[in-house]
Ligand binder design. Sequence first.
Ligand code: ADP
Ligand code: ZN
Ligand code: ZN
Length: 829
Amino acid sequence: MNASARKGCQVGTVASVVVSNSARNYDKQYDYIVPEALKEEIKPGIRVIVPFGKGNRLLEAYVFKVSDIQDCKALKEICQIIDASPVLSVNMLKLAAWMKYRYICTYSDAIKAMLPPGIGVKSLCMVRLEKTGEVRAVLKNILESLKTLNGECTFDELKALVNSRSLKKYLQELKDLGLVSTYETYSSKVGEKTMRVAYLAMSRDEVLEEIESSRIKKIQQIRILEMLIDNEYISVADIIRFSGVSRGVVETLKKHGYIDYKDIAIKRDPLKDKPVLPTSPMKPTSQQAAVIKHISCEIDKGAFSEVLLHGVTGSGKTEVYLQLIRHCLDMNRTAIALVPEISLTPQMVERFKGRFGNAVAVLHSRLSLGERYDQWRLIRDGKIKVVVGARSAVFAPLDNIGIIVIDEEHENTYKSETTPKYNAKEVARERCRDSGAILLYASATPSVESFYNSSPAEHGIQKGIRLLEMRDRANSMVMPEVELVDMRRELEEGNRTLFSRRLTEEITKNLDSKQQTILFLNKRGHSSFVLCRSCGYTVMCVNCNVSMTYHLHDDRLICHYCGYTVKNPVKCPRCQSNYIKHFGTGTQKVEEEIKKAFSNCSVLRMDMDTTTYKNSHEDILKAFREQNTGIMIGTQMIAKGHDFPNVTLVGVLAADSLLNTGDYRSSERTFQLITQVAGRAGRGLLPGRVIIQTYNTEDFSILSACSHDYHSFYKQEISVREKLNYPPFTNIATIILSGINDRMVFNAAKETKNALEAMPGAKDVMELLGPSRAPLQRIKTKYRWRILIKCGNIDRLINILSQLSDNFYKKKGNNTVGFGIDINPLNML
Ligand code: ADP
Ligand code: ZN
Ligand code: ZN
């Protein structure tokens, strides 16, 4: 029987499948007949090959559902199966369907995010000799062959020696006798000193652009580039193995300048091989005990619920997670702890490994593809019960989850900026709901959204998220002293350097007494703002109450929300001084200045420029700790997680650059960052000091961060949000249209807006802004126009947007214009 339609079938088994890499128009479940011979093997979550479309192109597809139906005459048949066991559980299939709905992506976008990269190819089947025994001749022959291959080899190697068509059957017999075992692997060889890796030779956006504009057409090339978009470096050997392409394809990409190679030294994974001493639970403080008790009870109930743990820095949140996870394991359930990538430090990992040993897997971006695949398989097969990792660890294929912890829940790294544009917090929530688990958000500086949705229980009734607090530090260290320095005064009194006199004094003191100092600077993004150094004035948008962003290109200031623009002022509108200009100092400049101001002092710098090589992030931190370097200068990267007992002084060089990011969340981020960096000071025996330099000493987020007062920060911030209708009082979505022909993109944007306005009832629930040029007006050769939508009802918003998206793709002629939706995006660029 062939793969195309078969006639006359009455009752039959049918599989509903989703083809992978489908465009939105074909992104639905299609029914195929399950051939008699595959009936046993085809179940949900298995990948199969199906004939698709008029030309019966053979495509990879995922089985979602298997059912018996009465009449399957017109259906085609599944050709073959790819996997021996499902790569997705039924729960994960459900999750994929939810993601398709929630993030307006395709099934295969969702599934791609769930599976380890490189699962597309066959693994090596390994055979291992366990022991010898008395068996009949043909089996004995196999055992002897295995012996000559040192007791372990691939299936193919064995086959070359044994040369029997029934080898599989014989191996099964030997397995049943316990004489041999088999396993699958992808692991790369160990013992090599250097490895040739490939990386993108252009920016991620540029590469995406090349793919979207169809300048790169070959699917094999795209596959490789996509792997490199997700992974900073991949060894060339891994690329070939995982993408299933030949070396020639990789070479071609290099020749065309898309990628480049370099040889890097293979270092031991600092998070992996270090022997970790087992630790036992600490005796909880009374505040910890109360939290542990409450949440353990919730876990025992086996029903979904959400808790926000607001615990000051050093209140011992990690110990709380560890004990709760232990409780889950005791109940035979599993757990995930999500942390921002940046806080996956060796110390953090040690704490988990020390407590759970081999039951824990740590997933981070420095794992090779092979290592990641191996971890994924161990988790799927139930050999690992606890997973710690960054954003994508939320997809760990665990069953029977008891708790998901989201550490530093306010961090924006939980939101993905590439398709599917998911938020790991929302995905975690969906998974917890599905398995009756506890979702624990934790932070010293909870996001305004989470705090708004939480409340302490009243009269035993809980609405939304249950709020629990730990107000004191676990080891009774005092909170550091925070001092504010007015940089306007410095200028007035003739100090034009980057360092205030107070900060200079304190740095000198620290250098003299061999204590360490951290200087913190906000990462300079794509844009900068205009500040009057004389009076602290910054230009704000009259509509949106966010700072306006300086665009060098046309020397104007632009609001990233509504598109309102003004000319770049030459004189300060408030005080008439000439000291008004766009503001920003890079870490490199600071380093130079430091060396000038404090000769002979040792300085380390950590930012994107100094941390491009594998592991060098840890190297810098390690050097700082071990060599007792005088000063470290850094960006957001140094703000959290790290524990440096000898750091007694933290300086924030320009709090203004945190405040004026042109984003409605800038006050929130300022409060969070200052609190986090301040938390780096005084973690050892010596008390810490923090000095914050700013041109704006009145700002409430800076002031409340100085007094470690989250509640007063929150009270002011939430009222601003309410007044201006920002989240959590609404949702913000952006639609970005992009393409090479500016006019066409603009027209498409206009049409899109009209279509939005024409939707029944849409106007009543939504507020529309634009189309206006996106803040990043042009990326590579593509013009970008943006529509911004505010809508209080998330389900309405999703429905409207997915209808819009369907219509957009159905319309002919729209294939030259890119269409991207982001709901509650990280930034507005
Ligand atoms: P957080 O994550 O809330 O900032 P940590 O979990 O890093 O805090 O804990 C801060 C410090 O307090 C750590 O050095 C930790 O070992 C210590 N600690 C935590 N719980 C206890 C406890 N119950 N008894 C003694 N020390 C504790
Ligand atoms: Zn001024
Ligand atoms: Zn505006």
